[in-house]
Design a binder for this molecule. Structure first.
Ligand code: ZN
Ligand code: ZN
Length: 357
């Protein structure tokens, strides 16, 4: 079954006769389209992909499994969508209530006239979490390229190089490979590495710094997300203790990503292992998130989410310890859940690398 058929089956189950899909990540997931403006009007049996004239040629190449309809000035999007709905013989269409702003609904309703626009529940996120083999293949490629990026950029890590130099090199690397970053890379060092999501600064690397690089790229519409932490020059006992405990938690949590587990338990395992050294209180964020077409795709591994682990999901596992005034460690891999157990998709070495000054 392709993703359109999977959604149509879900619509039948949910008693949803027609859906207007406007969230771009969902449109991409459904059709393969990677442009910046795309819409799908879908019934349980047919549907149409809508874009504007900028993407007339691209959509012929990319959009799978649906006819395409292209509008151009002076036609307005809302009128064109309404026309598609009329052509499909609809009397009611559900819109994605979590993704459409109120003003847009008002505008569309005026254009749709007799066709009722109703707020629709999220039918797609749960489906998106279970990847098709084709999607896994794309994520695998993105992970392989992220591994290569780390291999490339790790050679630059030495005193005097700034966080921004590292950030730029990461961006250049992916661009040179015909890819691009899936989010702004994080490159932080020394006491700044205690900020899990800081922006790279002009700070130069120094001996004794932790250096955390969190990066990923997009390949064929799918993303990767990997983090490694290094030490510059010389690692102290404190560096090693923090690092080893985060690594122990990371390894154990990857192993625990088996069909039938619950994400909340996997998250708790990380905290339990960090607490062997009194470090759990320095781990504030969740253990991981789903990835796919987005870096924060559906699904969270955290203390507050009840998340069944199922085959076909792809998760990040990213425990971290962040101590203000000293520094932070995070280690993150992307992991596919299979019937035969977890499979890491990112492979850059995880053992502590102390880079010569
Ligand atoms: Zn990351
Ligand atoms: Zn992540």
């Amino acid at each position: 079954m392709n993703n359109i058929q999977r959604l149509q089956a879900r619509m039948v189950e949910a008693g949803c006769p027609a859906l207007l899909v406007t969230h771009l990540a969902n449109v991409q997931w459904l059709t393969g389209f990677t442009g910046s403006s795309g819409f799908v009007v879908l019934t349980t049996e047919q549907g149409v992909f809508v874009t504007d004239s900028r993407y007339a040629i691209q959509c012929q190449e990319q959009v799978r499994d649906l006819p395409t309809a292209v509008y151009a000035n002076p036609v307005k999007l809302s009128d064109f969508l309404a026309q598609q709905a009329r052509d499909l013989g609809l009397s009611q269409v559900a819109f994605e209530k979590n993704h459409v702003v109120y003003g847009t609904v008002e505008e569309w309703q005026a254009a749709f006239g007799d066709i009722a626009l109703v707020p629709g529940d999220d039918l797609i996120s749960a489906l998106r979490m279970i990847k098709t083999p084709d999607e896994v293949a794309r994520i695998r490629k993105a992970c392989a390229l992220a591994d290569k990026c780390l291999e490339h950029v790790v050679r630059m890590i030495q005193p005097g190089v700034s966080e921004r130099d590292l950030l730029l090199e990461i961006e250049f690397f992916f661009r040179r490979q015909g890819s691009k970053v899936s989010f702004e890379p994080i490159a932080v060092s020394g006491i700044r590495s205690a900020r899990p999501h800081a922006t790279a600064s002009e700070k130069k690397l120094e001996v004794g710094d932790f250096v955390t690089l969190d990066l990923g790229c997009i390949v064929e519409g799918y993303i990767s997300d990997i983090t490694r932490t290094f030490v510059v020059g010389e690692a102290s006992a404190r560096h090693r203790e923090m690092y080893d405990q985060v690594l122990k938690a990371e390894n154990a949590c990857v192993e625990a990503l088996v069909v039938g587990a619950n994400g909340r338990e996997v998250d708790a395992l990380a905290r339990q292992i960090l607490d062997e050294k009194g470090l759990a209180k320095y781990f504030g964020h969740g253990l991981g998130h789903g990835i796919g077409t987005l870096v924060h795709d559906a699904g969270r591994l955290s203390p507050t989410t009840d998340q069944p682990i199922e085959a076909g999901q792809v998760w990040t596992i990213e425990p971290g310890v962040y101590i203000e005034g000293f520094g932070g460690v995070r280690i993150e891999d992307d992991v596919l859940v299979t019937e035969n157990g977890p499979e890491r998709l990112t492979h850059f070495p995880r053992e502590l690398m102390v880079l010569p000054a």
